[in-house]
Design a protein. Sequence first.
Length: 146
Amino acid sequence: MKHKEIHILLVEDNEGDIVLTQEALDEGKIKNTVSVVRDGWEAIQYLEKNEGYEDARNPDLILLDINLPKMNGHKVLKHIKSHDDLKHIPVIMLTTSSDDVDIIKSYQNHSNCYITKPVDINRFIEVISTIENFWISIVQLPPKTK
């Protein structure tokens, strides 16, 4: 089966996790492009095409951390899922938190998936590969808008 290129928005402030995620996605079987924003406020600006992001591509998939500067991932998720032109984009919460409160809040705010980042580097890369295999190879993503 041939897959079209997908665009992933990675919302992550940890430089190590950014590098590992990009490397894992680069090694994958699916052609993708990854845009990175490093805080919650920047994610909103990107998605709304404000403040230097006027030409930003709408992502097919969003990987969203919870513990972000300026605006946490819960607020970003709530914003995404409350806007008609964004709410169809699948959002995977990819975070170090395994706190039940964060998990429940993420699903209440309509996260499509919640994954706790493994501490082990090899396991982390395996998780990113699994995300790619499932969300890009198996799941039918919504068609592009705008």
